[in-house]
Design a protein. Sequence first.
Length: 534
Amino acid sequence: MTLPRRGAGRAAPAAAGIASVALGAGLGELVAALLAPPASPFAVIGGGLIDLAPAWAKDAAIGLFGTGDKIALLVGIAVVALVLAAVAGVLESRRPPWGRIVILALAGVGAVVATFRPDASLIAWLPAAVAGVVGAVALACLLRLLGADRRTPLIPQDDDDAAAPEPRAAVDPWSSAGPIDRRRFFAWTGATAGTGILAVIGANLLQTGSRTVTAVREALRLPRAATTAPPVPATAEFGISGLTKVITPNDRFYRIDTALIVPQVSTADWSLRIHGLVEDEVTITWDDLVALPLEESITTLACVSNPVGGDLIGNAKWLGYPIRLLLERARPTADADMVLSRSIDGFTASTPLEALTDDRNAILAIGMNDAPLPLEHGFPVRMVVPGLYGYVSATKWVTELEVTRFDRARGYWTERGWSERGPIKLESRIDLPRHAQGLSAGDTVIAGVAWQQQVGVSRVEVQIDDGPWQDAELATAISDDTWVQWRMPWTATEGDHTVRCRATSKDGERQTSDRVPPAPDGATGWHEIYVPVF
Ligand SMILES: Nc1nc2c(c(=O)[nH]1)N[C@H]1C(S)=C(S)[C@@H](COP(=O)(O)O)O[C@H]1N2
Ligand SMILES: [Mo]
């Protein structure tokens, strides 16, 4: 598609395009907020992109933006949408109705994608359709103000510049529109864009205003645990300022998922169905679940995307019911070897059946650090399985456990190139001093955390420059399923230093120095920091 070469006269149609698309998108968001929240055009496009994104892209996004990856994606979509809108505006002014056709086509794609989202309702196509029709009509109206809708002679776009005739004055919006038209055009364009922005704001207010699930959560009283976790030993925490706390507060817990809009699942709507290769299908409701004897356990959850030294890991006290006991009711058949858990928004994780039936604390969790699960951490019910990365075990907003086989089904990230199994790897991390943080010479402390869930850590060693490996002191581990703090005093001498650490598990395995990236089954290597001392 070739646009006229002349720069003059593009600004106004481009502004009209942007304003029209803003209005369409805003009304689309508003319709979604009112009628079909998961079908918000932004969320649908974002969700589609997230699902289509190859593993390396997810990795790069998390690497670049960390848990801000979703904001980054939304900003990216907005920028692309604005550029396309401007192009549609110019196109419409030069070759009507192609601008409108572009807008309607993009909206059409959005509508189709929306109906194929796993949580789509019957009217999931509606917000995108509204966005497209409103955007197209608004564009036609705004351009009419410019007088640009008059039959535009096609401008030949030949290679031969000199031969190309200048567009007639009538198609140049700036010269065709008189001063009054131009003022009206600006007023209407501004009003159109403004209404679009107000609609977006309104849509957001509506969503927070009708956050019934938040209200349900806030009114909820967790049942008392039948089995409480042993108290955290006082010696589990060195109490060094700047060192990661041994229990991660809920509002500081890392969040990783594919959900652009946090699924809103009320306790009243929640149920879990266990089916597939089982003798008896089992369905339990929220009331069934909270009536069961619940157990507390403290488990460190880690993301497979966590780079060496990264912070996509946290430790919490969970309240839940052993999945093992629910599977006992369903009685998996002998050929089953995997459970594909599914969340309300279609995410799936493949967990070895064994990890859910052996004696580890694999639970359906409803509580996190003495509070109901925060919405973004899976309210009302998620899975927590010690020893496995989140992508193969920690399904949030979980509603289904399909007992199956690894050779028959694959989880969300396995389909995108990650390993089908994801045991957490032995790792250790330096939290103090911070990488590249300048220190003054003298006594200080090097400290961090180390973990190997299900096995436990027996030793952490620290090396400064090319010196000998020295044993760090380990705090008391809460359990083998949690990380453990470590520290080593250091008299820092002037100069530039490199500090690295390595852990040894209770099995005698020493953390490997081989550096591998997170994909496909978790990063390895020693965490190494650079410390300038003055
Ligand atoms: N429904 C759903 N559950 C999910 C995910 C997801 O994308 N959707 N991501 C998983 C991944 S990759 C991780 S690391 C953990 C993170 O849990 P958190 O956000 O509570 O820390 O959730 C897991 N459960
Ligand atoms: Mo993850």
